[in-house]
Design a protein around this ligand. Structure first.
Ligand code: AMP
Ligand code: MG
Length: 424
């Protein structure tokens, strides 16, 4: 290597392992169901309810004794006397006996004596009529148990409901509610402070001076962090000045679990982020064998209160490098802090690369691609989402996958089968 003082490139796996070393899920807190979406359960739950609590009807219709209807057909219906009604949310004392039926509505407990429900569509009763008919003609034979939802066929009191470590998806939250829980013990949200660095940067929407560009990284990174359930603090834009970067980082140390800086981490004369990390804490690694994103610095510092360790990421400034290295390195860290067992949480699929690509030798490339289902319905095709230079944000915005090309390749030809990380 020509730069004698540059550290060797670290592999992606080694870098990730260093970042996750000794890292545990954040402390737990109790939150209302309505605030728990996306969190990770910190304790296993057993159901407090049996659901359905009793046998009940899956249809609007008539509760009958199945054996009474065995000869029923549209041509020769069976006539039954309607002796009462069972409705959802009400306790009915109506009883089904031979020759009689009880009108029943979806979700109502099956009345005593009944062993089947005949849907209203299979009778002469008109659906949606409030008045109880005195008689009903049954058009089809019911078998015992038909259209009945059995007690405990979903949840059983005392049985496992949701395992520790479950991500609270919409369905998992609904299950928790059904199982009798109003609050859940979950891991705290990771706190992520974001810092942009660079004399050229101005807030988006501001008129651009002759040597200025908008700070785009902060807004992409903030959304990536929030997508992972993190709380985000935006520290703003620091100049390429050690003291200014330090002042901003110290603000982050008062609150954050993770500080993500972007820019100023390479070998340029004005790249002060590594020095700043070294002053507030220590640097664990710098430079990873990936493309984009080689000049990534990672370190740790004590929080202002001395109680917490704060993880420090210095991501490369090029917007694609920033957002892709967040995906590759910050994401697993945030998932670990949030309590996920699977720190990656992405699908990797195989796809056929439709265009040739060239890349840097000895670095693993993450090519921005657009995935479409192959014409023959088998597999996926991956088309380049645009230019692959690390400033071409528009290509990242168009991409839904990162195609992985191994360190050993300088280029790959069109038609090569590659692995693709689905990023959305
Ligand atoms: P650096 O890593 O500071 O040398 O920055 C590399 C490239 O990324 C330069 O072209 C910067 O102008 C650009 N850059 C750095 N930070 C940002 C940011 N927050 N938003 C957009 N571009 C940035
Ligand atoms: Mg810079």
């Amino acid at each position: 290597m020509s730069h004698g003082d540059l550290p060797a490139l670290m592999s992606l796996e080694d870098a990730r392992a260093r970042m996750l070393e000794g890292l545990a899920a954040l402390p737990t807190e109790v939150v209302a169901l309505g605030d728990a979406a996306g969190r990770v359960l910190a304790e296993g739950l057993t159901s407090r309810n049996t659901l359905p609590p009793w046998d009940n009807s899956a249809m609007d219709g008539f509760a009958v004794i199945a054996a009474n209807t065995s000869a029923a057909s549209r041509e020769s219906p069976i006539g039954l006397k309607v002796v009462g009604e069972a409705a959802a949310g009400r306790v009915s004392d109506a009883v089904v006996t031979a020759g009689n039926a009880v009108r029943i509505l979806t979700g109502a407990p099956l009345p005593q004596g009944g062993d089947a429900v005949v849907p209203v569509e299979n009778t002469d009763a008109r659906p949606g009529v409030a008045d109880l008919p005195r008689e009903v003609s049954i058009y089809s034979a019911a078998s015992p148990g038909s259209h009945i939802r059995r007690a405990g066929s979903d949840l059983v009191a005392g049985a496992p409901l949701l395992a520790q470590g479950t991500e609270l998806t919409p369905a998992a939250l609904a299950v928790a509610a059904a199982g009798g829980y109003a609050e859940l013990t979950v891991h705290r949200r990771p706190r992520v402070a974001l810092l942009a660095t660079g004399d050229e940067l101005v807030a988006p929407g501001q008129p651009l001076g002759p040597a200025q560009i908008p700070d785009s990284n902060t807004f992409g990174l903030a959304a990536q962090a929030r997508e992972l359930g993190a709380d985000v603090q935006i520290l703003g834009i620091a100049h390429d000045d050690l003291n200014d970067v330090l002042a901003h980082l110290r603000q982050g140390l008062a609150w954050a679990d993770v500080i993500v800086a972007s820019g100023g981490v390479s070998v340029g004369a004005h790249d002060v982020v590594k020095d700043a990390f070294a002053q507030i804490g220590r640097i664990d690694l710098w430079r990873i064998a990936v493309q984009p994103g080689r000049p990534l610095a990672f370190g740790r510092a004590r929080a202002t209160d001395g109680q917490r360790e704060v993880l420090l990421f210095g991501l490369p400034g090029n917007p694609v490098s920033s957002l892709v290295t967040f995906e590759l390195f910050v994401r697993p860290v945030l998932r670990r802090l949030a309590g996920h067992e699977d720190v990656i949480g992405r699908d990797i699929i195989r796809a056929t690369l439709e265009q040739p690509v060239s890349k840097a030798h000895n670095r693993r490339a993450f090519i921005r691609v657009k995935l479409t289902a192959a014409q023959d319905g088998h597999g996926w095709r991956a088309d380049l989402a645009g230019g692959q230079d690390s400033h071409v944000l528009s290509a990242l915005a168009a991409a839904d996958g990162l195609a992985i090309i191994g360190e050993e390749h300088d280029s790959v030809s069109a038609g090569t089968e590659v692995e693709v990380i689905r990023i959305r």
